[in-house]
Design a protein around this ligand. Sequence first.
Ligand code: F6R
Length: 619
Amino acid sequence: MCGIAGYVGDKDAQGVLLKSLSRMEYRGYDSAGIAVIEDRRMFVAKKKGKLKVLADELCPNQIKGTTGIGHSRWATHGVPSDANAHPHCDCKGKIAVVHNGIIENYLELKSSLKREGHKFISETDTEVIAHLIEKFYSGDITEAVRKAIKLLHGSYAIAVIHKDEQGKIVGARLDSPLIVGLGKGENFIASDVPAILDYTHKVIYLDNNDVVTITKDSVAIQNITGRIIHRKPSVIKWNISQAEKCGYKHFMLKEIFEQGDVVEKIIDERIRDGRVEFDELKIKESDFRRIKNITIVACGTAYHAGLTGKYVIEEHAKIPCTVDTSSEFRYRNPVVTKDTLVIIVSQSGETADSLAALREAKRRGCVVLAICNVLGSSIAREANGVIYTHAGPEIAVASTKAYTAQLAIFYLVTFYIARIRKTVSPSGLKALIREFKKCAALMNELLGEYRSGYNMLAAYAQEFKKYYHLKHNKSYFLYLARNVNYPNALEGALKLKEISYISAEGYPAGEMKHGPIALIDENPWVVCIAVKSKTYDKMLSNIQEIKARGGIMIVIVTEGDKEIMHHNVNYVIEIPSVEELFSPLLVVIPLQLLAYYVALEFGYDIDQPRNLAKSVTVE
Ligand code: F6R
């Protein structure tokens, strides 16, 4: 979604802002802009389209100022256009504002500001902020921002400059992330860590209702009522190369290939002397002992990880578990109590619906555990306890390594609870941990094969494209699986539709006869997950039924499967042999690669698919 950058120091702000915005391109955006103060004059440049369009526009007339703010916009209110792009200014062009989030009462504010004579030139909600600040300005920009935000309903992270207060940026946040980057003789403001990593690794995570004023050598935080606040800086352990492609054509491919290492690292960090340890977990063992049920809440890919979590938790921790999408959980009347452990899963830790679900769960007295990737994110901070996935920055919009990292954490949480509640014997736990470790090593082996050898998934993608055109673009994908791999069917379908815009649905294979089989003719390609499992024979029956109706079949089986040869399927993909419970970690790899290569065949923008944003910070 939208990205905010701000710089004050001795460098040319324009260069720093363009670089910072480029580091946030992965979030998805449709326009970009900057405002820089030069010699007490405000220069604003903003363009619809990619950052390059803005950079080209600025190229002949480099702005020299050293204080500025920048923004990449993902349209919510008003179409993508030059006028709607940020920064937005007040009537006199003295104040510039960039904003992430949604101002829900902007129409009301806009009408009253118009009645007072303010002139608006965009369709955005953001422009009201600039005019409100103008209304309250009497020589102190921090003071004016504080007064203005008191009137805003909704969510915001903003950065503001005033041409008469060169060398100063004011930021404020409510339910949308904002950080301050601390440099030497320079400071930064940003919505995302990668935006500042080229310059500093020292950050302050701002909290809701914080108002920060930065100059090149000072950072002052106060709350909305003006009380001084102290926040401790943190040091970011990522380096910028983790946010670079390192020779891969796309971030998505790089991140797929990182997955074996990510899971092995999780194991190294969390399993000590054959026992699962979560150092940062603030939830007491007694809470895990007393809870009566678990509700997992998440969106998109994280929701699919949660669905797998349910299978694993119920299998070994023996606690009844439900899984809900955050947007449903937050608005229904969920039966969760102080005896419920609510697990919120979120890569970004900033997804608006998941954050709201977390607050709802806390309001109802539940113990809330967050599984997050981004350190210091809102969900991580507001939960009672957090387990970080430590997967490193995930840049591609389509989530891959965060998913497998979330799965890995679900295995570990299950082993942890099973030990505390004694639902698995010590020797049983040792065996489970052994198999889990084996699976992580096999992930690397499988990825190694895909990396170095003949890549059959790329060939299948080519075949699909030919078929798609042969069928006058009517071909599409179905993904079928049972049991612990059923969530992978959903995830495989989600990956494909996200980046290749081809229709794809996932179903539990047993549901076929209850409707979806009506879709089967010679048009769909059906991906069946039929690895060694207790439902293998059932999957073979599904395969027969689809074959009999003309569907083209890709079947994922366990290495050494001889049976599948008798079923005359079109393509077979093998994964190494592992206990069914852990197989999702391996099965998802060819699913992700298939989605990747199909999108590549069709020539789409894989890392930044249309209409999608990396972190959905608005509802
Ligand atoms: C899919 C994808 C999204 C996210 C979802 C939740 O590839 O990336 O479906 O999984 O938006 O995001 P987080 O995990 O950041 O809460």
